[in-house]
Every structure is written in C-alpha cells, then in structure tokens.
Design a protein around this ligand. Structure first.
Ligand code: NAD
Ligand code: TYD
Length: 350
C-alpha cells in the first residue's frame, strides 16, 4: 500500500529535516506535515519541499481533537511520525502546564485520532513516537542509558515526554496499536532555534554578546547531528520492530564549557578574529533549577539490529552547523525578529 504519512511538528528543528528527507527520498509517499506553528515552528525551514507534489501542510494544534480527526480522514493517513512537542527545558520550568497540554494531552489526542481512523485494522498501521533520552533522568556514576533503563524524569519537560511515552505503550498494550518509540540524545545542526545552547552561542559569538554558561559548565550532553537523527528515524520507521524502543545517539559526550570553548575557537578562525576574542564573552550564570548532570546514550541496539550509525564526526558537524548559520543570516534575522511568523500568512493565506 502506498503510505500516507502524517508527520507532526514538521516545521520545527528536527521535524523539518525528517519531512525533507521523506519528501525527497520517497516520492511515492504522501507526506502531510501537521504543525501549529508555535514560536518554534518555521515554514522557512521547508522551502526546498513546499512545492513538491507529495507534500502537504496542515496548520493544526494537536490539542484540537476534532481537527485531528479531519486530517486523518481528509488525507486517509496510514502512519504517524509524531514529533510535535514543547521542547525547551527552561521554558518547561517557567510554564509546566503548556508542556502537559501539548506533550501529554496532544499525544493522547493523536493516539485517539489514529485509533479511530484505523479502527478494525490497527495491525496495518504504525504510530511512531519520537522521544528523548531525558526520560531516563540524570547519570551521576558513569554508565549509559539503555532501552531498559528505568524512567526517572527530572524536569517538567522530561516528565511530560515520559508520560507521552507511557501513553503510547499503553495504547500498544491495551488496544493492540502498532507503535514504536525512539529516544534520542541532544541534536544540533541547521535550523535549530537559537534558545538552545549551540545555536544560542553561535548567534551570540557572531554578535559579540555574552555566552551564558549555567553553573560551572560541567554538565555533560551527548550530541548528534540532526540529519543523522532524521536518518535514524527513517530506519526505525521502516525497519523497527513494532512494540520496541530504540535509543539513538552518537557516543559523543561533551561538557558544556568545552563545547562553548570549541565554538569560540572555530568562530574566531572563521570570522578572522584574534584567537581568544570570543572566549572573553563566556559568562558563568546561575544554574538551571534541577539541572541534569549527564546524559549518555548506548546506541548499540539500533546499530546492531537495524544497521544505523552516525555519518558525521562531531567536529565536521559543528563546522557545517556554524557555516550554515553564517551563510543563512536571513533565517537568523527572521527568527530573532519574529518576522518568520509572517511566512504562513504570506504563502498560505494570500
Ligand atoms: P522544536 O521545538 O524545534 O519543534 C517542535 C515543533 O512542534 C514546532 O514546529 C512547533 O510549532 C510544533 N508544535 C508545538 N506544539 C504544538 C502543538 N500543540 N500542535 C502542533 N504542533 C506543535 O523541537 P525539536 O527540537 O525539533 O524536537 C522535535 C521532537 O523531538 C520533540 O518531540 C522532542 O521532544 C524530540 N527530541 C528532541 C531532541 C533535541 O535535541 N532537540 C532530542 C531528542 C528528542
Ligand atoms: P539545551 O540546549 O537547552 O538542551 P537540554 O537542556 O535539553 O540538554 O541545553 C544544553 C546544555 O547547555 C544543558 O546542560 C543546559 C546548558 N545551557 C547553558 O549552559 N546555557 C544556556 O544558555 C542554555 C540554553 C543551555
């Protein structure tokens, strides 16, 4: 059967790379990108595919259950890849309820819409939930997260993602829905909203603004290039075993302060600045409340069982990322000024 895939959150950072990969690689599939276009959704991320015959966009909020039903029936959706979410830990500390509404209630709405649309033939469709390694909590004594590590979310963001993972598994168990979940480490790359560490630092270094490092900068994150995550999602979608979970990561751990220093060094070189110029911008600030110390993924299962592995070394990925931001000043200007939010009105409503 020709697939008609609903990708939610396709205007966001990771979702836009997933949509582009699927639209370009699978011309026989219909790709329906459903996104509410919150501050994090940007249709400028999708310019390369917006005219493609196998691509459609629906501006819908996953909190709106009726609208979801219409999307499923209007497009005869056969499969879901669910990425729509509130994704920023700091925002979750300020407004946890927004994370419950989108990440928990929105996910249950989507599960219900799929269950209703696929009634009687649940075994022929797939609901794929894209999740985070943050559901496993914080590592303190070495070791890695594996697929069976008990959930121990520590922030409102990770609690909401853990809850949504649990609902997906509950629908698999209770209603026999075919589901798969992947939990990925921190992503970086083009189109990343400049509220997250790497794009924030690139933007601030460029503009000679302070680089806020939380606490002592000793926290460790495990970084993966966004296009490698999109390739992993393609692999899990097509080859993953229903009911299974796959951890995705590149065995690439860095202390925050070391990443910030690396960005400073590379950008001094690229911008022709004296060595050491950008490091002077580093400013240690108050730590994030409940800041998880370390995340580290063991990605052996997806590598061995599905044959996926990252294609890029970290320094190559960081070079590509910095170059992308330096070459796409318009994107950054539109995002920092907010004018990217006019794109929908200009291109879809006029
Ligand atoms: P993002 O914040 O860049 O994008 C989220 C997208 O979801 C945006 O386009 C936004 O408009 C949309 N959205 C938000 N609320 C919505 C709603 N109520 N209805 C419909 N659309 C809505 O996030 P991202 O970094 O691209 O993350 C995508 C997914 O991957 C999330 O589920 C996140 O938890 C997961 N994830 C992210 C990372 C990471 O490092 N960024 C790592 C692992 C997993
Ligand atoms: P972030 O990019 O927000 O991702 P996450 O919290 O999901 O891991 O943050 C990555 C790390 O960088 C995290 O340890 C918090 C830290 N951080 C800073 O030190 N300064 C900043 O301005 C930001 C946004 C994050």
């Amino acid at each position: 059967m020709k697939k008609r895939i609903l990708i939610t959150g396709g205007a966001g950072f990771i979702g836009s790379h997933v949509v582009k990969l699927f639209v370009e690689k699978y011309p026989d599939y219909l790709i329906v990108n459903l996104d509410a276009l919150t501050y994090a959704g940007n249709l400028e991320n999708l310019k390369e595919v917006e005219g493609a015959a196998n691509y459609k966009f629906e501006k819908v909020d996953i909190q709106d259950a009726e609208a979801l039903d219409s999307v499923f029936s209007n497009h005869q959706i056969t499969d879901v890849i669910h990425l729509a979410a509130e994704s920023h830990v700091d925002r979750s500390i300020t407004d946890p309820l927004a994370f419950v509404k989108t990440n928990v209630i929105g996910t249950v709405n989507l599960l219900n819409a799929a269950k209703k649309a696929w009634n009687g033939e649940l075994d022929q469709h797939l609901f794929y939930h894209v999740s985070t390694d943050e559901v496993y909590g914080s590592l303190h004594d070495g070791g890695f997260f594996i697929e069976t590590t008990p959930y121990d979310p520590q922030s409102p963001y990770s609690a909401s993602k853990a809850a949504s993972d649990h609902f997906v598994r509950a629908y698999a168990n209770t209603y026999k829905m075919r589901t798969v979940i992947s939990n990925c480490s921190n992503n970086y790359g083009p189109n990343h909203f400049p509220e997250k560490l790497i794009p924030l630092c690139i933007n601030n270094i460029k503009n000679m603004k302070p680089l806020p490092v939380y606490g002592k900068g000793e926290n460790v994150r495990d970084w993966l290039f966004v296009k490698d995550h999109a390739r992993a999602i393609d692999t899990v979608f097509h080859k993953g075993e229903p009911g299974e979970t796959y951890n995705i990561g590149g065995f690439n751990e860095w202390k925050n302060i070391d990443i910030v220093r690396l960005l400073c060094k590379k950008m001094d070189e690229k911008l022709g600045r004296e060595p050491g110029t950008s490091e002077q911008l580093i400013t240690f600030v108050k730590d994030r409340a409940g800041h998880d110390l370390r995340y580290a993924i063991d990605a052996t299962k997806i590598q061995k069982e599905l044959g996926w592995e990252p294609s890029l070394q970290f320094e190559e990925g960081i070079d590509l990322t910095i170059d992308w931001y330096l070459e796409n000043q318009d994107w950054l200007d539109h995002v920092t000024s907010g004018s990217y939010q006019d794109y929908y009105r200009e291109h879809y409503e006029s």
